[in-house]
Ligand binder design. Sequence first.
Ligand SMILES: [Zn+2]
Length: 480
Amino acid sequence: MKNYSLFVFTSLFLAVSACSVNPVTGKKQLVFMSEEQEIALGKQADPSIVAMYGLYQDQQLQNFINEKGQQMAKISHRPHLNYEFKILDSPVVNAFALPGGYIYFTRGILAHFSNEAEFAGVLGHEIGHVTARHGAIQQTQQTLGQILLIGGLIVSPAFRQFANEGMQAMQLLFLKNSRDHESQSDELGVEYSTEIGYDARHMANFFQTLNNMRTGTESETLPTFLSTHPDPLNRFQRVGELAEQAQAQHPGMTFKVNRDSYLQMIDGIIYGEDPKQGYVENNTFYHPELKFYFPIPNAWRTVNTPQQVQMAPKDGKALMILTLTQANSLEEAAQTIVEKYSLTVVEQKKLSLNGMDAYAMVADQTNQQTNESIRLLTYLISYNGLIYTFHGVSLPTDFEKYLPSFNQTMRNFKVLRDASKINVKPERISIKRLSKSGTFQSALEDYRIPSDRHRELALINGLDLKDQVSAGQYIKIVVK
Ligand SMILES: [Zn+2]
């Protein structure tokens, strides 16, 4: 959760169909939007993506991805588009593109690349989605109604409305690319990255890293990239072959990998969650910047985005969210919520909660078409000049069951004063130059990396623990 105002996103549902020539294949195909519409869609969704994750501030890395991105865009099949390349402040390992030329890398994926060539391959893949107009083709094939994921949580479709609008926009735009589209983007990634002088075989290596991730402990944090992309092991082989073929067409040319320079560039990049945006420890959510904390029900999952903290039990039959409300008073905030969700208030009261003014309300919402209802417990809490809103939502029949959990969390929203919880530092990637040769594992031992993190470090280095490393070589370690 970040301290900035909510934004309004208007989704674009486009139904204008046109037959146009695909810039990559040269074939005519049915595309449901014009180039202008594609650009408009990207332009409209981009602010919600940025608001949702925030941008990662690193001028050197930003300059690097711009420079390589623009260079590659020029040699692509759609050089005339206005491309933008952004780094999102998310630990998740992901990269994606919006129609019209908006390309995003998370700081998580940048921390996982081990050289410029891996980055260039993924850059080419994402530019490929834009140049082959995959977003434009996909857009009309799915509707919001099919999407059951809110952030990383699976919850009942009845609660979908409580996810923030940006999240819904993202789900729309993260449409599962078909395997055909992915294969085509892999080909374009090889073609484009080879064209600007990178060794595309390293793109294949990165797919192997992704594959290792899937079987490892990190798998839970990686839903999007893997679920929307084909089996990385097959891709590893295919991309490797494509890279060999592409290089064979440029005899005598040497292809860049640029490992050391890339590693220098990511030295110090934040790795994993950034606690300043809120973190969970021992079933408690702490927000060191906004200075509050509250307990999370046992065995519930939590997703923290800049705009919302969302919690849900594994069965998805309840949802709790915490968000900031733009209102000048508790009464005004309550009124706005009642109107926004067409609620029928069952009971409401003002109260003092741990020294803060608060407003509690139980209300029902009935779907006019289906006549089905959901019940909400809402707490509005005035703290530090802001109004925090908790919603606990379930079907009316489940409400009594979940009410104790809702109350336990909402009524224990408290001011955070504990300096040890406030001054928590994120982990960062630190690049080390090895002073002696040996196995990668022995190098980690030399740096006193606890053994329970060896596997994870092997993964982010794209190495096996038993691989040989040599004196003078750079490796990534994780420091606080
Ligand atoms: Zn893709």
